[in-house]
Design a protein around this ligand. Structure first.
Ligand code: IMP
Length: 253
């Protein structure tokens, strides 16, 4: 049974588990591996997809603190709350971010787009994405607030700090970590449209379609994810876990 699941899982183009899993197996002598079998759970929701028709089914129970250090060895991230599951491992994030960077490179060649990151959650995504965009471009930051330290949006978006760039006549790409209810992005699009950019597009790493409260168009989507509160890769819970190299779901109420 396990063998069959692993074979099916490893055949997924998006996530090279056939490479990652054995490294973890040899690198960590935790009880997870004592049975001699990798533990792979069934998908959270079998029908959520990433673009280009590939299926993403990453509810694997990889060791919760696992990440890869610069030399490729496992490094441990110290968590004060256990990780329920790793939704998107670091290698899948890396691959998809490079695909997005390539799309932006092709579509904006001949222009100097301005990538606008929303602090603080979008900062890790921006720093990886900008290195995957092979044409000259500028970056800028603004900070909004709609979460008061918890898991639920307050529904009221506030501009905490504004851009330093005049975007009139510029090709602007908003680089968002996650679109959940859509309230933050709707607010931001309105604010930026008034400033008359030449074009205004949205690149979001994660899209929680099921949580949407207002309709909003996203031009570039990294992954569509289920309606779970996620952390890592810039995303926080109570300002923590932004340092994790993967997207995970915390085992906490
Ligand atoms: P929205 O206004 O509900 O779409 O929320 C957008 C903002 O809420 C994002 O930019 C994040 O900062 C935060 N957010 C939404 N969902 C999550 C999550 O699952 N984990 C961490 N932050 C989230």
């Amino acid at each position: 049974m396990e063998q069959r699941k692993l074979g099916w899982f490893a055949s997924l183009g998006a996530i090279p588990y056939n490479v990652g899993v054995p490294q973890i197996r040899w690198g960590i002598s935790s009880s997870l591996w004592r049975s001699g079998r990798p533990i792979i759970e069934t998908p959270l929701k079998p029908d959520w997809r990433i673009p280009k028709g590939r299926r993403l089914t990453p509810k694997t129970t990889l060791p919760p603190q696992a990440g890869f250090g610069p030399d490729g060895r496992i490094i441990e991230y110290e968590l004060d709350v256990p990780m329920k599951s790793i939704l998107i491992p670091a290698d899948a994030l890396n691959k998809r971010v490079h695909e997005l960077g390539e799309e932006i490179t092709e579509e904006y060649r001949g222009t100097v787009p301005l990538l606008v990151s929303i602090l603080k959650g979008g900062v890790v995504f921006l720093t990886d994405l900008m290195r995957a965009v092979r044409i000259p471009h500028h970056i800028d930051f603004l900070q909004l607030s709609s979460y008061a330290g918890g898991k639920k949006t307050t529904g009221t978006v506030r501009l905490l700090s504004d851009l330093g760039t005049n975007i009139a006549g510029r090709d602007v790409i908003i680089v968002e970590d996650i679109v959940d209810t859509g309230l933050t992005l709707t607010y931001l699009l309105k604010q930026l449209e008034i400033r008359q950019p030449k074009s205004l597009r949205v690149c979001a790493l994660l899209n929680k379609v099921e949580a949407r409260e207002v309709d909003v168009h996203i031009d570039y989507v990294g992954f569509e994810i289920p309606n779970e509160f996620v952390v890592g890769y810039g995303l926080d819970y109570d300002e923590k876990y932004r340092n994790l190299p993967y997207i995970g779901v915390l085992d906490a109420e």
